[in-house]
Design a protein around this ligand. Structure first.
Ligand code: OGA
Ligand code: NI
Length: 590
């Protein structure tokens, strides 16, 4: 393999096949007016069956395409130091970039991105309350000097073609031709210049890994080398899009998939490379304005369930940049997720109030549960005979879920035990379980060991109280946090209003016997088959960070995240951070 960086090497499953299947099937649509009567039905068929098509006689002057292609060649031929003078970085997403990764594997290519027309704006942060916008700034290289002008001219041509295509797509969905126009005011379209250099290991690497385009529509100019492959919807086979001189390749992006409520799907594609010839391509990505809420169009969902939650395009973009600062494409808009939130000891569903509001604001379904004798659950703590009764509300809820529904289970503190049991009993109904500074026993860490270790590390409980309902010579039966303990060790970094709320709403928790807990929490392969993420709370004084790390070491989860500056009540002290993590986790493991 010589000097090839292993970062480029694809998993065997995703390596390109050497025998290429040419996609004769990808429709070629002649946009000249002589054929106008057929355009709409041709586009409908192409979008449904392929998600991809090519157009000829599209009206874009070949001169403006030739000019941008020449400028791209000149730019990429510059020495690396020159190109790096206009590099993309954490602050500016535009410019030159040669270390793009798609799905964690490096792409064999270099790119140059610019937005046109300017000015273009995106939200400064993912925070829904933050209305601040940032202007996107292009970084133009010194050479070739005409790059800016040819990109601007090309973009004007692309926009004309884009509106023609959007009109046809709209008609093909049974909508008025101009249905989409308003949505593209203040759009954030951009041009990417792609250069795929010859590659010594074309059977191991890809120019661009499999991905879907996250915007509305892509108009791609490819040269005569070829390499773009599309995943055929009927059988999942990769088929090559044969270069057609002067044609444009059009594909539907995620936004049209959402608008059309899955009538048209955004289809996976990738780029293979070869050892002899470099390849150039120029996609033009069309996006709505940053203020647009993307959701299934009401005209198309009459009497049907919308398949996607609404998302704000600009905020989606900003969130993606925050979570994956250097990744550009290949992240999808996501269907509605169902989060099930389980509180810790002495708390209730109420403790999640901020997270409930935030997750709902991003369109998700949320269930915050009260375990037995917690929150407003009518049972009294003295009536609980076993931990099984304490967990009952969560089991009932899991039971009642439709067979095809999978939830994101989130447990805080002692709630980790309840979700562990749910994972063991209903593994097929959980897409991922999230332990937020929570108790996390497992097949390799039994509950007795976990309890002992937790006890061993416990500091003074101050004004907290135990009751001994079975007489003074028997183990204590309930526990409640004292106000002082709450303020110093549980809510010490949360707003004082939340401490006050907690102090008022706190109920005692039942203490269960070692034997009872061990019986109810026998965790096996079923538990282990569920994806699991632990969120460390950095300044937790109740279950300290070293204890959280100890559980992680004894029962390693699939991923570990950390929230800085939060106390035990992460959902009170750092709600937005927790919200961002929960969404990213849900997205990753669905
Ligand atoms: C892209 C893309 C294809 C190509 O940049 O999103 O799919 O042929 N490009 O370069
Ligand atoms: Ni693409």
């Amino acid at each position: 393999m010589g000097d090839v960086d292993p970062a480029f090497i694809q998993d065997t499953l995703h390596r390109p096949k050497l025998a290429v299947i040419e996609a004769e099937g990808i429709p070629l649509i002649d946009l000249s007016s002589a054929n106008a009567s057929n355009h709409v039905s041709q586009i409908a068929d192409a979008c449904k069956n392929w998600g991809f098509f090519q157009v000829i006689n599209h009206g874009v002057p070949s001169e403006s395409r030739r000019k941008i292609e020449d400028a791209a060649r000149k730019f990429f031929a510059l020495p690396l130091e020159e190109k790096r003078k206009v590099s993309r970085d954490e602050v500016n997403p535009l410019g030159y970039f040669d270390t793009e990764h798609t799905k964690n594997v490096r792409d064999w290519k270099e790119v140059f991105d610019c937005v046109v027309p300017t000015p273009a704006f995106i939200p400064a942060s993912p925070d829904p309350d933050d209305k601040e916008l940032n202007e996107l700034t292009n970084q133009w290289p010194q050479y070739p000097p005409e790059l800016r002008e040819v990109c601007e001219e090309y973009a004007r041509e692309m926009e004309k073609l884009a509106f023609k295509l959007l009109g046809l797509i709209s008609l093909s969905l049974g909508l008025p031709e101009n249905r989409f126009n308003l949505l593209f005011e203040e759009s954030t379209n951009f041009i990417r210049l792609n250069h795929y250099p010859p590659c010594p290991v074309p059977h191991l690497a890809l120019g661009l890994g499999r991905h879907k385009d996250s915007r509305a529509l892509t108009i791609l100019a490819q040269d005569d080398v070829g390499g773009l492959e599309v995943k055929r919807k009927t059988n999942g086979e990769w088929v090559r899009v044969k270069p057609t001189p002067d044609a444009y390749i059009i594909n539907v992006g995620d936004i049209i998939q959402v608008w059309s409520n899955d009538t048209y799907e955004s289809v996976e594609h990738r780029v293979t490379v070869n050892s002899e010839r470099e390849r150039f391509s120029i996609p033009f990505f069309i996006s709505p304005g940053h203020h647009i809420w993307v959701k299934p169009l009401e005209e198309l969902t009459k009497g049907e369930k919308p398949k996607y939650r609404a998302y704000n395009w600009g905020k989606f973009f900003a969130t993606r940049r925050r979570m994956y600062p250097m990744a550009s494409e290949g992240r999808q808009a996501n269907p509605v997720k169902h989060f099930v939130l389980v509180h810790g000891s002495c708390h209730g569903a109420w403790s999640w109030y901020k997270i409930v509001a935030l997750l709902k604001s991003s369109g998700h379904k949320v269930t915050a549960l009260d375990l037995a004798a917690s929150g407003i659950n009518p049972k009294q703590v003295g009536d609980l005979r076993s931990i099984s009764e304490y967990f009952q509300p969560l089991r009932d809820f899991m039971e009642s879920l439709p067979a095809d529904e999978r939830v994101v289970l989130v447990g805080h503190s002692l709630g980790g035990l309840a979700i562990s049991q749910a994972m063991e009993k209903f593994p097929e109904k959980v897409s991922v379980a999230v332990f937020v500074t929570a108790s996390m026993p497992g097949p390799t860490l039994n509950i007795s060991t976990l309890n002992q270790e937790s006890l061993r590390r416990q500091g003074p409980l101050l004004d907290s109280q135990f009751t001994h309902d079975n007489g003074p010579n028997n183990p204590p039966t309930t526990f409640s946090f004292g106000p002082l303990f709450l303020s110093l060790n549980v809510y010490q970094l949360s707003p004082t209003e939340d401490l006050a709320l907690g102090t008022v709403l706190m109920r005692p928790v039942r203490l269960f016997s070692e034997e009872d807990m061990s019986n109810e929490l026998m965790l096996s392969k079923k538990y282990a088959s569920v994806k699991r993420v632990f969120i460390i709370s950095e300044e937790d004084k109740l279950g300290k960070k070293d204890f959280q790390l100890w559980m992680i070491e004894k029962n390693p989860p699939d991923a570990v995240k950390e929230i800085k500056g939060s106390d035990h009540m992460v959902m009170m002290s750092k709600p937005k951070e927790l919200w961002v993590h929960l969404q990213a986790i849900a997205e990753k493991y669905s």
